[in-house]
Design a protein around this ligand. Structure first.
Ligand code: GDD
Ligand code: MG
Length: 364
């Protein structure tokens, strides 16, 4: 079976992390997000994967290439202008002659895809949609079902007064190719707002596959940090083998004996952790980063080539590539885009979002 991964969204809610990097290759445990998704598909014997993309397409292709290093075959379907979730899959129709899978490209899940495919076939469904329970359905597509798992209603981004269930569209679909045949080409069209409700109106068999599997959409910085907490605490089973050791240190790292590290912590290759540094997990540090003496990093994710310290305090924050946080600065609940400089002695307001390539000056 082939799979289409939708990776053409603008990812504005994840800015400033995604100003210069597509959401699809944002690092998750120091590995580009899509690599995790591709490995999950590959485990379920899905080896032909089409990436439907538009915005910031080149960096994705540069990293993933033809997929051979991950044991899969990758194909790229590019949109000149964003075609929406439905239009993007229609645009890849030439690859899709048989039953196929569609995935939103911003989801990490333990979903048992093989069992979901069996479910789809047994029901002779036109489309099967995975469902997940959430606390706040208003950011998602709400789905109502009947006792036989047939979907009776879709409601994309409901208001609280419209919420009738906590079950939402979890962004994995199995589809029959004739769904695409009925759609107009080169037209912006949404599965969730147009195609799915139209299929229901025509009485087509559209089924819901509910599962208790781990599920998260990394749409916002808060969710991105949540994902790291969950992965490092073993909530998402796919990643369990990597979590046997509570502190994972990459190659060629230099960790000073006086540094105190409380797991779960993942440190990439070629990092330097200085005297009396405290790392209080969950913490992830990207390759090539230097944490200078007396700095304290707590519940944070740092990408590649950061330089922090001395005496910096970083808590519940995300720091994108190539940032410089100078002596004694304090960052809490903040998100720094790539190539940000924070001058010595600065204190960021909690909740700060710093645009890439800017300098934060200390208040004098
Ligand atoms: N190629 C392409 N072209 N991809 C797109 C486009 C487009 O025009 N628009 C969005 N995408 C991709 C995004 O990159 C993302 O991977 C996926 O489609 C879903 O878009 P989001 O923008 O992340 O949607 P959402 O999170 O608000 O809502 C969707 O996901 C929820 C689950 O996380 C909907 O499918 C909801 O119904 C669902 O509950
Ligand atoms: Mg999303």
């Amino acid at each position: 079976m082939k799979a289409v991964i939708l990776v053409g969204g603008r990812a504005t809610r994840l800015e400033p992390l995604t100003c210069n990097m597509p959401k699809a290759i944002v690092p998750v445990l120091n590995t580009p997000f899509l690599e995790h998704v591709i490995r999950h598909l590959s485990q379920h014997q899905i080896k032909d994967i089409i990436l439907a993309q538009g915005h910031l397409a080149q960096p994705i292709e540069d990293y993933l290439g033809d997929g051979s290093q991950f044991g899969v075959r990758l194909y790229y379907s590019i949109e000149d202008t964003p075609l929406g979730t439905g239009g993007a899959v229609k645009n890849a129709e030439r690859y899709l002659a048989e039953t196929f899978l569609v995935l939103n490209g911003d989801i990490i899940t333990d979903l048992d895809i093989t069992t979901m495919i069996d479910f789809h076939r047994k029901r002779r469904a036109k489309i099967t949609i995975s469902l997940a329970p959430v606390d706040d359905p208003t950011s998602y597509g709400l789905i109502e079902t009947d006792a036989g798992d047939r979907i009776t209603r879709f409601l994309e981004k409901p208001t609280w007064s419209e919420v009738t269930t906590n079950m939402i569209n979890a962004g994995t679909y199995i589809m029959e190719p004739d769904v695409l045949a009925q759609m107009p080409p080169k037209t912006r069209i949404s599965f969730e707002r147009e195609v799915f409700p139209q299929l229901l109106a025509r009485g087509e068999p559209v089924y819901a596959y509910s599962s208790p599997a781990y599920w998260i959409d990394i749409g916002t910085p808060e969710k991105y940090l949540q994902l790291h907490r969950d992965l490092l605490s073993g909530k998402c089973k796919q990643y369990a083998p990597a979590l046997g050791k509570k502190v994972l240190v990459g190659e060629q790292c230099d960790i000073h004996p006086t540094a105190r590290i409380k797991g779960p912590v993942v440190i990439g290759a070629n990092c330097s952790i200085g005297r009396r540094v405290k790392l209080i997990g969950p913490v992830v540090i990207g390759s090539g980063s230097t944490i200078l003496e007396d700095s304290v990093i707590e519940e944070s994710v740092i990408w590649r080539n950061a330089r922090l310290g001395p005496g910096v305090s970083l808590k519940k924050s995300i720091v994108a590539d190539n940032c410089l946080i100078n002596a004694k600065s304090i960052c809490e609940e903040s998100v720094l885009g790539d190539n940000v400089t924070v001058t010595s002695g600065s204190k960021l307001k909690p909740g700060s979002r710093i645009e890439p390539r800017t300098t934060v000056e200390a208040e004098r």
